[in-house]
Design a protein around this ligand. Structure first.
Ligand code: G6P
Length: 368
């Protein structure tokens, strides 16, 4: 096992570091020489796509969080309404699904029972089934009409990291592909997104190279028993994922919430010394986030801000700031999740937790 970890103390850290590679593979295997997206496993034609008036993205855990970004991307780029739902809820209600519905299952293992059951239910109702899966030939992949494989490579640690970032790339590629097929994005907009996506492996690497700054923060904050993650827009989806990472492996109670909802309840829990991780990567929402940071700070919270390089104003409101490389607002989750993975990892290590095999959790949940 030591050899398999290639010098890393845990699989999780090894996999965090494999993200530039996974993202590179997932992206470049789908781009031809002219940067057009070529999706071999997907046979949806323009005619099929014109019929689709609704998309459901259904998944569990981290894959569900990737689905939330998928909703944002498909609605913004391809202009089709999208609902995202956890599989255990979707399968037991009577969702509005018919032959004009595209059902997208997202799953690292392709064996999660709830996701598979939801897929079968959607298929029974006539939906077209597309899956975003990491494990080749898995049940979810076999039962789908169209398959998009993430190229993360085997993921061993229970807490998902590289599967998530490659799922994000898949979501962006799928939505850009749909948009270009439907004609809802201009060539120029498309090129700008692709250019930026191609820079992601290097930008992720830059964050990884600076992991010691985050380790220091973890060493200062690992004793906190309540941690809050806040954000707006796409940042909320990453807040959910950051919070899940932390609770999964460090057993610290943690909650993620849309920053605008703080005042409707959660702010009652903010008191002296509480740790708040505040994502503020969205230009349009930056000022709003700064006010939210001030609100929690005024009540004694210790705030770690996450912002794009250059947006220095946040230093006046937050206690510490982690900067991510600059990128387009629509693509920030690929970068902003990285420091949150590293933070969760080092906090868990500082607390002496079994990072790769957290108690009560399984890598793949094949029972109800
Ligand atoms: C388990 C794992 C998570 C994962 C979830 C969904 O809870 O511990 O890391 O996100 O299942 O798994 P899937 O294989 O369907 O992505």
């Amino acid at each position: 096992e030591a050899a398999e970890k290639e010098g890393y103390a845990h699989f999780m850290m090894k996999e965090i570091n494999e993200q530039p590679r996974g993202v590179y593979e997932t992206l470049h295997r789908r781009l031809d020489k002219e940067d057009n997206i070529v999706l071999d496993g997907i046979k949806i034609t323009k005619e099929d796509l014109d019929k689709i008036n609704k998309v459901y993205i259904v998944a569990c855990g981290t894959a569900y969080h990737a689905g939330l970004v998928g909703k944002y991307a498909i609605e913004k780029f391809a202009k089709i309404p999208v609902d995202v739902e956890v599989a255990s809820e979707f399968r037991y209600r009577d969702p509005f699904v018919d032959e004009n519905t595209l059902f997208i299952a997202v799953s690292q293992s392709g064996e999660t029972l709830d996701t598979l059951a939801a897929l079968r239910e959607a298929k029974r109702k006539g939906a077209r089934i597309l899956s975003v899966v990491n494990v080749v030939g898995s049940s979810v992949a076999r039962e789908s009409d169209d398959v998009f494989y993430t190229w993360a490579g085997p993921e061993i640690a229970v807490a998902s990291t590289k599967a998530y970032t490659t799922q994000l790339i898949s979501m962006y590629l799928l939505s850009l592909h749909m948009a270009m097929t439907k004609g809802t994005l201009t060539e120029e907009q498309y090129k700008a997104y692709i250019k930026e996506l191609k820079e992601m492996p290097d930008k992720i690497q830059a964050i990884l190279d600076d992991h010691e700054t985050i380790q220091q923060l973890a060493d200062e904050q690992f004793n906190n028993e309540n941690v809050f993650y806040i954000g707006r827009g796409l940042d909320v989806t990453v807040a959910y994922e950051g919070s899940l990472k932390l609770k999964e492996i460090s057993y610290i109670h943690s909650e993620a919430i849309a920053a605008g909802e703080l005042k409707h309840g959660t702010i009652a829990l903010i008191e002296e010394g509480r740790l708040v991780v505040a994502l503020a990567t969205q230009d349009k929402l930056y000022d709003k986030m700064l006010s939210n940071i001030q609100e929690v700070r005024a009540r004694g919270a210790y705030v770690i801000g996450v912002a794009k390089k250059g947006n220095k104003e946040i230093e006046k409101s937050a206690d510490k700031v982690i900067y991510i490389p600059d990128t387009l607002d629509e693509l920030t989750p690929i970068l902003s999740v990285i420091p949150l993975q590293i933070l969760a990892y080092y906090i868990a290590v500082a607390r002496g937790c079994d990072v790769d095999k957290p108690k009560n959790l399984a890598k793949s949940v094949t029972v109800e």
